[in-house]
Design a protein around this ligand. Structure first.
Ligand code: SAH
Length: 245
């Protein structure tokens, strides 16, 4: 194999949501560098590869990005087939493109492999149609966490008419609520908070914009979770009626 790094999305957690292309890349990998959010169950597809954990969850001990870059480069220059495995999709809040650019600049061939991103997976697993016809004209993926502490354009988001899917929002619920309320979103806008999407321990807490922080506390919502904010978070109506009947 010539020096090549595969930047592969491992999907949201359920190992059956891996793509066939991800499975093929894993099968030929000699080195697999994985993030914390990757379900170790997917490693059954690379039984002989050396697995190198390089996770860095917010607030925990972290592997600096520069170190990850250098490590990928070192293995690739040794002629190893390297798979860099990331939760969800490598390019959705995943630094996949930064890593791809850096490797390309250093003469390493890179192939990006899609994964199902957690926000889309979580919504669908909970029966929430993010772009329900006649209700939501689109979907906006946002992160509540920024490196430079810059704020989001809350009025634009509040008035976009799209469903908002918020990543990395668990610790920022009050800021998100205050920003969207100040931006003009109605207080009773439905919200779904989906923890461990697609895994057996998935939990789904339904609330409203005004109540979401309070409800998340009583629910003991923990990361990883995504928030779905918008009319569609009241779906599936029929199912909920059936459950409460
Ligand atoms: N590249 C990843 C996102 C990484 S950012 C993707 O495409 O999914 C990390 C954030 O993703 C977490 O803070 C959380 O908001 C979300 N996330 C990842 N896996 C999740 C899961 N199984 N359930 C809910 N949210 C998840």
């Amino acid at each position: 194999m010539s020096a090549k790094v595969w930047l592969v999305g491992a999907g949201p957690g359920d190992p059956e949501l891996l793509t066939l292309k991800a499975v093929k890349a894993l099968a030929q990998a000699e080195i697999v560098m994985i993030d914390d959010l990757v379900n170790p169950a997917v490693l059954e597809h690379c039984p002989t590869a050396r697995v190198v954990p390089v996770g860095k969850r917010g607030g925990c001990r972290s592997t600096p990005q520069a170190f990850i870059h250098r490590l990928m480069l070192r293995y690739a220059r040794q002629g190893k087939c390297v798979v860099r495995l990331k939760g969800g999709d490598p390019c959705i809040f995943g630094r996949g493109s930064e890593e791809a650019d850096w490797l390309s600049e250093h003469g390493i061939e890179v192939e990006l492999v899609n994964g199902i991103t957690a926000g889309l997976a979580g919504a669908t697993q909970c029966g929430i149609p993010l772009t329900l016809r006649g209700v939501a004209r689109g979907v906006t993926l946002v992160t509540a966490h920024t490196q430079d502490d810059s704020t989001l354009n809350w009025p634009a988001l509040a008035q976009s008419g799209t469903t908002l899917v918020v990543y990395m929002g668990v610790a920022k619920l009050a800021d998100i609520r205050d920003g969207l309320l100040a931006g003009g979103m109605r207080a009773d806008m439905p919200v779904a908070m989906i923890e461990n999407a697609s895994l057996p321990q998935q939990r789904d807490c339904r609330s409203s914009l005004a109540a979401m922080q309070h409800d998340a506390l009583s629910f003991r919502l923990k990361s990883p979770a995504i928030l779905v904010i918008g009319e569609v978070a009241a779906e599936p109506q029929a199912l909920q009626l059936a459950i409460s009947a």
